[in-house]
Design a protein around this ligand. Structure first.
Ligand code: COA
Length: 143
């Protein structure tokens, strides 16, 4: 929570349209079901991931709500590292799978997730706003 201001700044750099608000980020950080991780380079926050452990029927799933790397720290593996670490945290909480949504137009993120074993399994029409469609992705976390 001490990093809230910095996280909001990075979120706004990452998402020029519909970033999570300060209140939403504070909600994720404060939730007892949250898994939130930050990446630091030389003491500076370079990126972060926010997720929640949720129930889906009888199963627990880890749901990633945002994965952000500040523009000056991109393409050096921080996104993949944050993703791997949040998956490990979800596994420790006994989650069977990791799910997330991404904009259809976010080709960079879709490439990263596919490379990390995510399956694009459902199109979500008008998920972000009218005309801004999403895709739901999923990765099994257990054998
Ligand atoms: C998506 C994002 C998190 C990637 O972070 P990153 O630290 O730059 O990613 P990595 O360095 O770990 O890259 C991992 C792989 O993703 C793909 N990738 C990442 N950036 C890419 C780019 N600009 N163009 C093409 N492929 C890219 C590549 O396959 C890359 O592997 P490689 O470098 O070996 O080719 C970052 O671009 C970002 O914060 N974007 C804005 C927010 C966002 O879209 N978040 C995801 C949706 S929630």
């Amino acid at each position: 929570m001490n990093d809230l201001e910095t996280l909001c700044k990075i979120e706004e750099e990452c998402f020029t349209r519909e970033p999570f608000s300060e209140e939403q980020i504070a909600y994720f950080l404060g939730s007892s079901k949250a898994v939130s991780l930050k990446a630091q380079v030389d003491g500076e926050i370079a990126g972060f991931v926010l997720g929640l452990i949720e129930r889906s029927g009888n199963l627990l799933v880890g749901h990633i709500y945002t994965l952000d790397v500040a523009p000056r720290y991109r393409r050096i593996g921080i996104g993949v590292r944050l993703l791997e670490e949040v998956e490990n945290s979800f596994r420790r909480e006994d989650a069977e799978a990791c799910v997330l949504e991404v904009r259809v137009s976010n080709l960079v993120a879709r490439k990263l997730y596919r490379k990390q074993g995510y399956i694009e399994h459902r199109k979500l029409d008008n998920f972000y706003a009218k005309g801004i469609h999403g895709i739901q992705l999923e990765k099994k976390l257990k054998k």
